[in-house]
Design a protein around this ligand. Structure first.
Ligand code: URP
Ligand code: ZN
Ligand code: ZN
Length: 467
């Protein structure tokens, strides 16, 4: 199978240049200026990318597909979720698997693989989520890193399956020893518990109080505490879905001290504000996610954190629940019952381009760095994340001028609303390739899926290397 993408602007994390790209057997075989003459006649497919960008496919490091949560289950399975990803220019993802009590990492990962196999249309990996420590789990962390290809572990400081400080310290220590990366959902559970009790007494139960019960200091305290633990264990730490300016400031200070503290934010924390929770008719529930949306002050600080390199990656935290029958019904009457999470896997790249690059907050190269190159480096995906010879041909030919009005009806995520409904973006995927095979293309007024169920493969990832 061969493919020639000619005359596009190849974008890397360090620079952009006009070039042709030749793909053979799923890999990038050549990148150069005058490949057309040699390959145009022999390539099975030729794509004219004049006026378009040639980007490494985005890698989403944070998704919750087919996940049981808060009395229900996220609505995308590995078919619908990865179809949506492909249509949004995401060519691989890493999903979370929360370990039940007494369950081994191996059996949890094998069970999750069964959900993905035969369905996923792009490549996928898994982060085991550790909820308890004992000798078996601590021993198994080494195998997870060295044998299973799952070298990153998420721990939660809240929810029913939260890990306590002891667990966190022990896992950080083990990860340091074996080359693992601990990812942390950082929110102080007790602080929000006290806020819940207060609001309960006052009868304040609408979606807005979801945000009010988790003020910025809830995230800031948890981040700072975890930073102390990372320092104490001399380990690496990655804060997921960073939402607040105060949390970012703690991370910036830690990095200035030379600590290996990394972070990820999500488009929703860059673009949406807590005023969304005030929408009438319980529609604020659509935005109930944890951590909650903040104010424009945090939005702006996070954009600056990306530009300065203190935030290294963008994840979607894709965790869709329908509004009708789920976010509305379960939560109607009490914000604490609303399933936490929102759809986002399909809109990450278009939003980062339109709201970040077009509006001037970040460069095109920075967009590629945080959506692809750094994600591959952070999570040990050696064969992806760059347009370079020898890498997998996970490529997005991106039309920077194509306008699109975000609408749940024109997107592929299996959910009945979109947090950005009606917003016009500039720049959309024109063609998307996964290991050289076309999986999505622009067609008239939206992106259509043209790939194959089950074509995605499990990515065995390598141990963490500091950068
Ligand atoms: O509200 C969210 N973020 N739901 C998904 C689970 C998590 O905390 O990442
Ligand atoms: Zn989380
Ligand atoms: Zn999440």
């Amino acid at each position: 199978m061969s493919l020639l993408i000619k005359s596009g602007l190849v974008v890397t994390s360090t620079g952009s240049y006009k070039s042709d790209v030749f793909v053979k057997d799923g890999k990038i075989a050549e990148v150069g200026n005058s490949l057309s003459a040699e390959y145009e006649k022999i390539a099975e497919e030729v794509v004219d990318a004049s006026g378009k960008y040639v980007l490494p496919g985005a890698i989403d490091p944070h998704t919750h597909i087919d996940m049981p949560f808060m009395g229900t289950k996220s609505t995308d399975d590995f078919l619908t979720g990865t179809v949506a990803a492909a249509c949004g220019g995401i060519t691989s993802l890493i999903d979370f698997e929360v370990l039940g009590k007494g369950v081994t990492i191996k059996s949890a990962i094998e069970a999750k693989k069964l959900l993905a196999e035969g369905k996923a249309v792009i490549d996928y990996g898994f982060h085991p989520c550790i909820t308890e420590v004992n000798d078996t789990i601590l021993e198994e962390i080494k195998d997870a890193i060295e044998v299973y290809g799952t070298p990153s572990f998420k721990l939660f400081m809240t929810y029913s399956f939260r890990a306590d400080d002891y667990t966190l310290i022990k896992v950080l220590e083990k990860a340091k020893e074996c080359g693992g990366l601990v990812q942390l959902h950082a929110e102080n559970h007790s602080m929000m518990q006290i806020m819940h009790e207060r609001f309960e007494k006052q009868g304040k139960l609408e979606p807005y109080y979801h945000a009010m019960s988790r003020p910025n200091i809830v995230e800031e305290e948890a981040i700072q505490r975890a930073i102390y633990f990372a320092e104490f264990t001399d380990s690496q730490l990655y804060i997921v879905h960073l939402s607040s300016m105060e949390g970012l400031n703690r991370i910036v200070q830690a990095r200035a001290k030379g600590l290996r503290v990394y972070s990820e934010t999500c488009p929703q924390y860059l673009l949406l504000e807590d005023s969304c929770y005030k929408k009438p008719n319980w529609e604020g529930a659509k935005y109930v996610m944890s951590p909650p949306l903040r104010t424009s002050e945090s939005n702006e600080a996070l954009w600056k954190g990306i530009a300065s390199g203190d935030i290294q990656t963008i994840g979607s935290d894709h965790c869709p629940f329908n509004f009708h029958g789920m976010k509305h019904m379960f939560g109607n009457g009490d914000y604490k019952k609303i399933p936490n999470g929102a759809p986002g896997i399909e809109t990450t790249l278009m939003l980062m381009h339109s709201e970040g690059v077009v509006k001037g907050g970040i460069s095109l190269e920075k967009m590629v760095e945080v959506t692809s190159t750094n994600v591959a480096r952070m999570f040990g995906i050696k064969n992806k994340g760059e347009i370079a010879v020898g890498k997998d041909a996970d490529i997005v030919v991106f039309d920077p001028k194509q306008k699109f009005t975000i609408s749940c009806k024109k997107l592929h995520m299996n959910v009945d609303y979109n947090p950005y409904e009606g917003m016009e973006v500039t720049g959309m995927p024109y063609m998307v390739f996964s290991r050289g095979k076309k999986v999505a293309q622009w067609n008239n007024d939206c992106v259509e899926f043209v790939g194959k169920a089950g074509a995605g493969k499990f990515m065995k990832r390598m141990p963490f290397e500091a950068f």
